[in-house]
Design a protein around this ligand. Structure first.
Ligand SMILES: [Zn+2]
Length: 350
């Protein structure tokens, strides 16, 4: 997929702002976006918010960046309890550097959601996290957020993925693609997008084909047993069909979603890939919206317009059979919304 933030800020020059949004609004927006994350209370996210707040309060220093002393003080203010050891410069530098590393990891998994939220505001800039290494005494490292103008290729991809330009009805939701929580090894394969090309494609087809072929063979063996060998013993018959039924059920749960994926484009993740919250989805992605054909494990969430709770895209159950719908965590049976992964919009279903 096109990754807007893969190029380093330094390769792109500094903060070119050619948008209806001014700098303050961009930083405010980033604070809003990050305050919706489940990790909002973690120190690395507080560090991000601290840099935003510092940039808002001191716009003239936003480009040169802020030192660990500035950041430690601001983080303490934001979480209303002091952080690190305010009298010990080297300890503060170490603490900030450690959280900065954590932030870079968190950032990686949040990029797509940030891209979508900025695209929804028609902003063709992307924030890059940047650290300017200090050298020698009195020249401390500085941390900053640089807003990079997207290049034409990025803008094309953004345009192809952008939502249709209709206003959102008051009782509708806007979904944002979120990162996968606690992925196991198998899920990690899909979390960054499983490319459907070369040997990867064959491996994928084999993973679906072999269990299906095996099931088919078992069925044929049972049929041969019945028709040619005339083996009608009741116990054997029962065992054969019971085994076949159980096997079919398991196939359906483990690879059924993968079989439906080409038709449905987005499905609930199968057993083995699913989380305990049952909100993992597999999405088929292809050009022109994305640079390659791939299958990506995703979650979609939105803010409930009724109660402000978190809406998760999940199975529609018996009532909305075969559909994925948005359910509010506070009132899953009543605050229900449709789910469209292309427009990332949902209408109230009640
Ligand atoms: Zn709700």
């Amino acid at each position: 997929m096109t990754d807007f933030s893969s190029r380093k800020a330094s390769q792109q020059g500094t903060n070119p702002v050619q948008t209806g949004f001014n700098h303050s609004q961009l930083f405010e927006l980033l604070i809003d976006i990050s305050s919706e994350w489940k990790e909002e209370f973690r120190l690395d996210v507080k560090l991000l918010q601290a840099i935003c707040h510092l940039s808002l309060a001191n716009p003239e220093r936003a480009e040169t960046g802020f030192t660990s002393i500035d950041i430690v003080e601001k983080v303490g203010e934001l979480r209303s309890s002091p952080w690190s050891t305010p009298n010990d410069g080297s300890q503060m530098a170490t603490d900030v550097r450690k959280q900065w590393k954590n932030l870079l990891k968190t950032w990686e998994s949040k990029k797509e959601g940030i891209e979508q939220e900025l695209a929804d505001e028609d902003i063709s800039l992307f924030p890059d996290l940047d650290r300017v290494q200090g050298g020698g005494a009195g020249n401390a490292s500085r941390y900053r957020i640089l807003w990079r103008q997207l290049d034409d290729q990025d803008k094309e991809a953004l345009k192809a993925r952008a939502r249709p330009d209709h206003p959102v009805a008051p009782d509708s939701v806007v979904y944002i693609c979120e990162d996968i929580e606690n992925p196991n090894a198998l899920v990690r394969l899909f979390a960054k997008g499983y490319g459907l090309y070369g040997w990867r494609k064959y491996l994928y087809v084999t993973a679906i084909g072999v269990p299906l072929l095996f099931g088919y063979l078992v069925f044929v063996i049972i049929l041969i047993n019945l028709t040619y060998l005339g083996n009608f013993e009741a116990k054997l018959l029962f065992n054969s069909f019971a085994s076949l039924a159980i096997y079919s059920f398991l196939i359906w749960k483990f690879i059924g979603p993968l079989i439906r994926l080409p038709d449905d484009q987005i499905v609930l993740a199968p057993w083995g890939l699913q989380s305990s919250d049952k909100d993992r989805l597999l999405e088929r992605r292809s050009p022109p919206q994305y640079s390659d054909k791939s299958i990506k494990a995703v979650r979609y969430t939105a803010k409930c317009p009724v109660c402000g709770g978190k809406v998760h895209a999940k199975s529609g159950g018996l009532e909305f059979w075969g559909r994925i719908v948005g359910m509010c965590a506070h009132s899953p049976k009543e605050h229900l919304f449709s789910f469209d992964h292309v427009t990332r919009r949902g209408k109230n279903l009640r």
